[in-house]
Design a protein around this ligand. Structure first.
Ligand code: LLP
Length: 432
């Protein structure tokens, strides 16, 4: 469903609009979102999961990228929304997102955030600690409401991904061990103030091994069975989290939503059958797998510098008008991106390039190693694909660089969905 192509002159286009036009109208750096692709990924996940789990739901993980326009796309395509802060909640509310279709995650939701969630009628609050159980119980009693909740578990799976985004081993901050989660669940059921829907597991992000998801599902279903057996109560829902990997380079080989859903269905069926329990409604929360591939960052080349690596090898440092402030992922996780010359075609022989930003540190690298046409020069536009997830949402103002706009393109029309910042926006925060 991607609408990214080259026109007859070799200029990159998206949604029927060429990048030279986009740069002229919106400036660079800019995040460019293919709206049709975003919507089709939402539909694809919803369709694939509802075919396997008719009572389940797909939640788009807003942390990967959220603004009001995206929240509306999500609502319109029949997908629910995963939020994890008061800020994301406020964005959903401002977009008119139905409260009952929101799930509120996070390991340290404040009283104010939980109160705001109750006011907004959030459908599910995923509790991460005993303190949070007590905090929400108190608030719910005060208000005389009975919010739906889940308990976040860590299932002890070592998912193979970067340490900072692996979340199912014991020694990290999220969730309760299975044993503690079972206890917390029984406590919630006994107190009978909150409506316990079930347990939740999220093992990490950018994961390709289906066995990691399978082991996690098996363990959390085991805990479900134990709670049901020991309390005689039914837990209607089971959260299996997100984390489905995407292809940043041609070496990655992700599964389709259909393959993921079919695979999970087999495991869940088998495990529930084995334990003799009814199949709960399954929820999943893909973020990156929906938003990631839909977007590229458009930069203008500012300088090109050739560096002698010795032994006759040379590397071209291509500096662009952005950097680690709009894409921290390379510096932070060693992420790999590709890059393409977007404003023209070139048949110059390729050279080894490194795309770097304008920030004051050597680690300000966007694309570490990639071949680029040898005649790349200032004024060229380049596109870094796959930047729809965790780039704008993790962007900063390092070195007082304003954050770039987000432009959505569909059917030959481009429109701003997030305005780019100006230096005045930044100065307005200074007091005195
Ligand atoms: N559900 C929960 C509870 C999560 O914590 C996350 C991601 C997701 C779902 C969505 O995961 P996804 O499908 O997008 O992988 N900043 C890092 C990723 C952090 C992920 C945080 N939690 C990165 O840039 O790779």
């Amino acid at each position: 469903a991607r609408t990214v192509n080259r026109d007859d002159a070799g200029v990159l286009t998206v949604g029927g609009v060429d990048v030279n036009k986009l740069a002229a109208e919106f400036g660079t750096a800019a995040y460019v979102v293919d709206e049709a692709d975003f919507r089709s990924r939402l539909r694809d996940f919803r369709g694939s999961f509802s075919a396997n789990f008719p009572d389940g739901a797909v939640y788009y993980a807003g942390k990967s990228f959220l603004c009001k326009a995206v929240a509306r796309w999500v609502a319109e395509e029949g997908v629910n929304l995963d939020i994890c802060t008061g800020g994301e909640l406020a964005t959903a509310v401002a977009a008119g997102f139905p409260g009952e279709r929101l799930a509120f995650h996070g390991n340290n939701k404040s009283e104010a955030e939980l109160a705001a969630a109750l006011d907004a009628g959030v459908g599910t609050i995923v509790l991460d600690s005993r303190i949070e159980v007590e905090r929400l119980t108190r608030l719910a009693k005060q208000r005389g409401v009975r919010p739906g909740v889940m308990v976040r578990t860590k299932v002890g799976v070592e998912a193979h991904t970067h340490e900072y985004i692996a979340t199912a081993h014991e020694d990290q901050k999220f969730g309760l061990s299975l044993e503690a989660a079972v206890k917390a669940a029984k406590h919630i059921l006994a107190a009978d103030v909150l409506h316990l829907k079930g347990l939740h597991s999220h093992i990490g992000s950018q994961i390709f091994e289906t066995t990691a998801f399978e082991v996690a599902a098996r363990r959390v279903i085991g805990a479900h069975e134990q709670i049901q057996r020991e309390t005689g109560k039914t837990l209607p829902e089971l959260g299996l989290g997100g984390g489905f990997g995407i292809a940043y380079t041609t070496q990655d080989d992700p599964q389709s939503p259909r393959q993921l859903a079919d695979g999970l269905r087999k495991i869940v069926d088998h495990e529930c059958d084995n334990l003799g329990i009814d199949i709960p409604s399954i929820t999943v929360e893909p973020g990156r797998a929906i938003s990631g591939p839909t977007t590229f960052t458009l930069y203008e080349v500012g300088t090109v510098k050739s560096v002698d690596l010795g032994a006759g090898r040379v590397r071209s440092y291509v500096s662009v008008d952005g950097g680690m402030s709009d894409n921290i992922r390379t510096a932070m996780y060693g992420a790999t991106y590709s890059v393409t010359l977007a404003s023209r075609l070139s048949d110059a022989p390729p050279i080894l390039g490194r795309v770097v930003g304008k920030h004051c540190e050597a680690g300000d690298i966007i694309v570490r190693d990639e071949f680029l046409p040898g005649d790349i020069k200032p004024g060229d536009l380049i596109a870094v694909p796959g930047t729809g997830a965790y780039c704008r949402s993790m962007a900063s103002n390092y070195n007082h660089v304003p954050r770039p706009p987000v432009v959505a393109v569909a059917d030959g029309t481009a429109r701003l969905i997030v305005r780019g910042e100006s230096v005045d926006d930044l100065l307005n925060l200074d007091v005195g």
